[in-house]
Design a binder for this molecule. Structure first.
Ligand code: FMN
Ligand code: SF4
Length: 641
């Protein structure tokens, strides 16, 4: 089973025990001076324990101002070597190998995070995301940075890393030089292809002069940049051949630059799995050094098929390793149902970085807490009553049971998952079901009893007499006091998604938040005529920018009309009376879908506290929240019990 995936493969002289690679991911777990923390080391150790063949670290800065995030690692001075030796010694207790990714962000940073200096770039063109106007590098400065790449690689070697990955992808400094998208220079570093690749040639030459020929040095590039005027595969194939002749030992083929939302660096659930693998396959046809592919490959069987077909030599899984650091070990044992799969939501990882925070993972709240998580069995197990089987309640139940408590989950519906279950129904969101089915399986293994169709009452709490209660009752849909809202053709979005109520052909969705937008998209895909009415100036306000664009594309493609700055004033038998800027108009409809959001369901709070001394209220039962907060709450409470 998965023979190709678990066959060792060399990069230079380094034998990588299997083909599964953790790709570089900024964590923001380090100190501001670039030194490592226990948190950073323990996070990596989990992956080594989990059996990844190769772990590539986050992008280490090559100088103190070469930072794209405030709390990333650096190897720009010798004092930083010692902490990294601790990291590599830790990883080498296991079978895994570890490479250090080294980089300069170029214009894709901001003075807020890089030590307060103006970013630098081949040309003075701001990155559309980061916005700071960069300063054009002088030739002397280019030479200095080239030397810094070599020095950093040497420090990585001294710190015990098995190799380095030079980051020339994703629109950072080296990628900027490589591409006419960002490089408008007219000296020997700009213009024709030969000039644009000069810096990469100099970087590898400098590295080789310092680390020798035996030390593995690979390079990461974007196969396609996916922006107007960016590099496409035609030039990437030429670049790949040059890279091999420059003496790199491997090519990691990624995609994108900052500023492309669709099919960029980190793809969402709206994009196909493995959509960049054909880039790697094409590169593999023109080089003989190992090739790594990446992007939305979460399934070990898909990875094995990719290797077996000869499309790549290694498969990178960034987020797959966040969702489950033990994926390789489970895959090797054939225990696929136990793998916690990444769902492509971006909420716990990328979105946290964009807010300046450190990463975690929506489906795996332990990420970032590995150094402080203690699953030691408790000495005095408690009878724990978890009320509500949404994601937060299920997480709390799982962690409490892991620690030895006797846990029962009570759910008034006929299934588990809460709003997470219905959230899987809109287009492209099917993978959300993975989490619910995974946690169901885990709870079964832990002998957690789940009582469905059970409404918890005061009497039931008295009868059970629990030692602790976790109130994970979530939210209830908001139903504002609007004339006509109780009419038969008015339904809740969640009931529509779950197929509990039929809808006719002409639909008005009241509320243009995430649930309203997604329900509208789901109905539009059923070829219904759908309009959204939203009081705010824009729809999908609480959604992250990437998913907003993806969902808006679907709404536009399927002709969903959007009325913003518009209030619902009345629901009649034939439609919805709306008001916008003082004007009233009626949108005809034969089904009206309510998506006004949720408010905390606190009905059991007092009753629970009256009969139990230890009560924890989490997630949507506390305040309007999302699955990320609910699962984090559940995790923390499970550890506290
Ligand atoms: C939180 C996060 C941080 C990332 N940081 C880096 C980085 O430091 N260097 C890099 O080359 N790619 C970075 N990436 C991109 C990943 O290495 C990977 O290419 C991308 O996530 C797609 O692969 P996946 O679908 O397996 O996650 C990052 C991705 C994520 C999710
Ligand atoms: S937060 Fe979402 S996208 Fe990020 S690793 Fe976790 S499941 Fe995947």
């Amino acid at each position: 089973m998965l023979k190709a995936l678990f066959t060792p493969q060399k990069i230079n002289n380094c034998v990588i025990p299997n083909r599964l690679v953790v790709t570089a991911m900024v964590t923001n777990f380090c100190n501001e001076d670039g030194t490592l923390t226990d948190r950073f080391i323990k996070y990596h150790e989990e992956k080594a324990k989990g059996g990844w063949g190769l772990i590539i670290t986050e992008d280490y800065a090559v100088n103190p101002n070469a930072k794209g995030y405030q709390f990333i690692a650096g190897l720009y001075n010798d004092e930083q070597i010692e902490g990294n030796r601790r990291l590599t010694n830790t990883i080498h207790k296991y079978d895994s190998k570890i490479f250090c990714q080294i980089y300069h962000p170029g214009r894709q940073t901001s003075h807020f995070v890089n030590g307060g200096v103006q970013p630098v770039a081949p040309s003075a063109i701001p990155c559309p995301w980061c916005r700071d106007l960069p300063r054009e590098l002088t030739v002397d400065e280019i030479h200095e940075i080239v030397g810094q790449f070599g020095d950093t690689a040497l420090r990585a070697k001294k710190a015990g890393f098995d190799g380095v990955e030079v980051h020339a992808a994703h629109g950072y400094l080296l990628a900027e030089f490589l591409s006419p998208y960002a490089n408008k220079r007219t000296d020997e570093y700009g213009g024709c292809f030969e000039n644009r690749i000069r810096i990469l040639k100099e970087v590898i030459a400098d590295i080789r002069s310092k680390v020798g020929n035996d030390f593995p040095v690979i390079v990461r590039i974007s196969g396609e940049e996916r922006v107007e005027g960016g590099r496409t595969m035609a030039e990437t194939l030429v670049l790949a051949r040059e890279i091999e002749s420059m003496s790199f030992d491997g090519i990691h083929v990624s995609s994108g630059v900052y500023g492309n939302y669709n099919k960029g660096i980190v793809s969402t659930m709206y994009q196909e799995h493995a959509w960049t693998t054909d880039f790697a396959a094409e590169v593999k046809r023109v080089v003989s050094i190992p090739v790594i592919t990446v992007n939305r490959i979460n399934e070990p069987k898909m990875a094995d098929t990719t290797i077996s077909m000869g499309k790549a030599d290694f498969v990178g899984m960034g987020r797959g390793s966040l969702a489950d650091p033990y994926l390789p070990m489970k895959a090797k044992m054939g225990d696929f149902e136990s793998i916690r799969y990444c769902i492509g939501c971006l909420q716990g990882c990328v979105m946290q970085l964009l807010k300046g925070r450190s990463i975690t993972c929506l489906v795996n709240p332990e990420i970032g807490h590995e150094y402080e998580t203690d699953y030691t069995k408790v000495e005095e197990p408690k009878n724990v009553m978890v009320i509500g089987a949404g994601p937060g309640g299920l997480e709390a139940a799982m962690i409490a049971a892991k620690r030895g408590h006797r846990v029962t989950v009570y759910e008034q519906r006929n299934d588990i998952g809460g709003q997470f279950k219905s959230a899987a129904y809109p287009p492209c969101k099917g993978e959300l079901s993975n989490f619910v089915s995974w946690i169901r399986n885990e709870l079964k293994k832990l002998n957690v009893e789940i009582k469905l169709n059970t409404t918890v009452t005061e009497e039931l709490i008295k009868e059970v007499n629990p030692d602790a209660i976790v109130l994970a009752t979530g939210g209830v849909p908001v139903k504002p006091n609007i004339k006509g809202i109780d009419k038969d053709h008015v339904v809740f979005a969640e009931d529509v998604l779950l197929g509990k109520v039929p809808t006719k052909d002409l639909i008005v969705v009241c509320g243009g938040g995430e649930v309203g937008g997604e329900t509208a998209a789901a109905l539009a895909l059923e070829e219904k005529k759908v309009s959204i009415v939203e009081m705010l100036p824009e729809i999908l306000k609480e959604l992250d920018p990437v998913q907003t664009i993806e969902l808006t594309n679907i709404l536009n493609k399927y002709g969903v009309k959007q009325y913003t700055n518009t209030k619902v004033v009345e629901i009649t038998d034939n439609g919805v009376v709306c008001e916008s800027k003082g004007n009233r108009f009626t949108l005809p409809a034969d089904t009206i879908v309510l998506a006004f959001g949720y408010k905390p369901n606190k009905t059991l709070e007092d009753k629970a506290r009256a009969y139990c001394r230890e009560v924890y209220t989490i997630g949507g039962a506390v305040k309007t929240s999302n699955a990320l907060d609910a699962i984090q709450d559940g995790f923390q409470v499970g550890l506290k019990l």
